[in-house]
Design a protein around this ligand. Structure first.
Ligand code: DGL
Length: 267
């Protein structure tokens, strides 16, 4: 039955687990296959050609696993590769950028939105374009934060170095008087406590995962693909490179949902 097929989810590493967490909360009956492309981490400094190569091999892997839909739980792929590849497949493929843009445009009150993301995402200006499409009067300020992903993958979610990086990257946005900050890389919600401590409680933090999972729910519902059986869902985790930090840091976020991580080579 198509309804029982899994949803495919991928990212460079543990970032997409922030989307998994929301998926489990909102759609607990869904099975999924997660792929963390840890052999090619970080994605943020890769070229367009490299990113397209990774996207095609991961999506082909997921197609062979008979997924019913894919969530690109990665800001970088959602910004750079996704706009050109969705049409090539006969199942829904959804990213996080449009969802994040939609939430930010809806939530801002003073019209000044900050976006923190990887270098590749910032270079693509995908957030600026998507937010402007919704409301061209909004001001968007994007900042690349290349030190965040290595810190998060190493499990350094707090401490002096992490706090300094947060201060350095976000200070210029505070000077712009933003009232809304988009976590434009799926790794960044791991830093929410440190970011919140630095920015205070007045600024709205947007984690695109929430709106993305809502959109996936609507798509599956529209195609009569929502899993509605009483059968326990299955969750499988694959990585292409190092699996120990994925397992350890990932467990801190989503606990026992990760019981085993399998290493596979897609090259
Ligand atoms: N978590 C991904 C993103 O949302 C990839 C980050 C990276 O590997 O640089 O952009």
């Amino acid at each position: 039955m198509d309804k029982l097929k899994p949803i495919g989810i991928f990212d460079s590493g543990i970032g997409g687990l922030t989307v998994v967490k929301t998926l489990i909360e909102k759609l607990p009956q869904e099975s999924f296959i997660y792929f963390g492309d840890t052999a090619h981490l970080p994605y943020g400094d890769k070229t367009r050609d490299q990113l397209f190569g990774y996207a095609y091999s991961i999506i082909d892997f997921m197609r062979k696993k008979h997924v019913k839909a894919i969530i690109v739980a990665c800001g970088t792929h959602s910004a750079v590769t996704l706009p050109s590849i969705t049409e090539e497949y006969d199942f829904p493929i959804l990213g996080v950028v449009k969802a994040g843009a939609k939430s930010a445009a809806r939530l801002t009150r003073n019209g000044k939105i900050g976006v923190i993301a990887t270098q590749a995402t910032v270079n693509s200006l995908a957030y600026t374009k998507n937010i402007k499409e919704i409301n061209c009067h909004l001001d968007i300020y994007e900042v690349a934060c290349p030190r965040f992903v290595p810190l998060i993958e190493a499990g350094r979610l707090e401490g002096e170095e992490t706090r300094k990086a947060v201060e350095e990257y976000i200070s210029p946005l505070l000077r712009r008087n933003i009232d809304t900050l988009v976590l434009g890389c799926t790794h960044y919600p791991f830093l929410t406590p440190v970011i919140r401590e630095f920015i205070g409680d007045k600024i709205i933090l947007v984690d695109p995962a929430w709106e993305t999972v809502e959109e996936m729910k609507d798509i599956l519902k529209g195609q009569d693909l929502l899993s509605d059986s009483g059968i326990l869902p299955e969750h499988k985790f694959y990585v292409s490179g190092d699996d120990s930090s994925f397992y350890e840091v990932g467990k801190r976020l989503i606990g026992d949902v990760i019981d085993r991580v399998e290493r596979i080579n897609l090259d």
